[in-house]
Design a protein around this ligand. Sequence first.
Ligand code: COA
Length: 389
Amino acid sequence: MSTEQQRPACYSPGLDGIPVAESAISHVDGQQGRLEYRGIDIELLAKHSTFEETCVLLLDGQLPSRSELDAFEAGLRNHRRIKFRVRDIMKSFPDSAHPMDALQACIAILGMFYPMPKSADRLSEEQVKESCYRLIGKLPTLVAAHARMRLGDDPIPPRDDLGQAANFLYMLTGREPSPLMTRIMDVALIVHAEHTINASTFSTLVTASTMADPYTCVSAAIGALSGPLHGGANEDVLVMLDEIGDVEKTEAYLHDRLARKEKIPGLGHRIYKTKDPRAVLLQSLYQDLTAEMGEDPTFTIARRIEELSQGTLGRKGICPNVDFYSGIIYRKLGIPTDVFTPVFAISRVVGWLAHWKESLHHSRIYRPVQIYTGKTGEPYIPIEERVRD
Ligand code: COA
């Protein structure tokens, strides 16, 4: 049979437009620029909810009652600490380790400390719940601990009187954040928590379909998130803004970069063909933050890039995505540039776990097909006869 005959009718590079799962967790309308978690617009969640409430919504399918929320928050608090042996292993990571690589390694290591049955049928509801508490609770502690330890500082233990957002900033910087900083961090966590089947969530699903444990699924997802075309873009945005340095140089910089056919980080999205609703929310949060902490020149440059890109790129539907403004906010909150993507993971772990849970009882191992373009029936040539020109 020729290669052409084998080609499935629906082949689509990057699986563009191909459904790979059924899910009731989130919904994106790329034309209107809307994102809903379990049917609720993220704008409403950003306004009225907390990250912890949003976690329950995503994981369990509905907003929690007061007592359910109290139980969930207590579950996270009880699982935030990391074992001293995990900290000891982290001490031997090389200084050159990117925080995403360190985080991926840490999550794989956690799996060895909390072994689980390798079959959904043998997993109890309690084990599923506990692994969600552990992963959501410990990720911020691991990220903050690594960021401090690589500088030779001791990790700061979590504080039980602080929520996820404030506690993370406290463990990272050693200072308790203001109520506004806490709220902004909380909203940033809410808007990054879930986004249908993107590359990292698909990695979770593929790994989960083999009945691998949730630590392995999350560590696979972190690997996928680390790439510059996915979560790594917010780091690249800041590198670009620093490189431009002066708003007057923005136009020439963009022109040169586009002439070299390079993509502009933070712009464009496979699904959104208008401005990403998360970018809209983050941009307005930044404006609140400047009222408390003063202007930042990088924001002025980012606004100029947005203005200039509205022409040619905007007409193609290439608009600011979630990564365009998140880095500017994170820097203002005192988060180092290479920790931006781990912060994405601190939030997105909730979406990955919601998909892991959803897939547990109706998953089939992923086994797509390839389109073979190589040779067949070739002879075996002995090594002495393999002559190269
Ligand atoms: N800067 C400049 N041009 C861009 C662009 C960008 N950021 N993103 C897309 N384009 C251009 C492409 O070059 C292509 O141009 P062409 O039609 O002349 O060939 C066109 O827009 C379509 O882009 P395409 O690569 O098909 O989009 P995609 O859906 O495959 O890719 C991304 C989406 C996110 C991978 C892509 O927009 C990108 O690389 N963005 C920068 C990285 C980023 O911010 N990632 C975070 C996403 S949340």
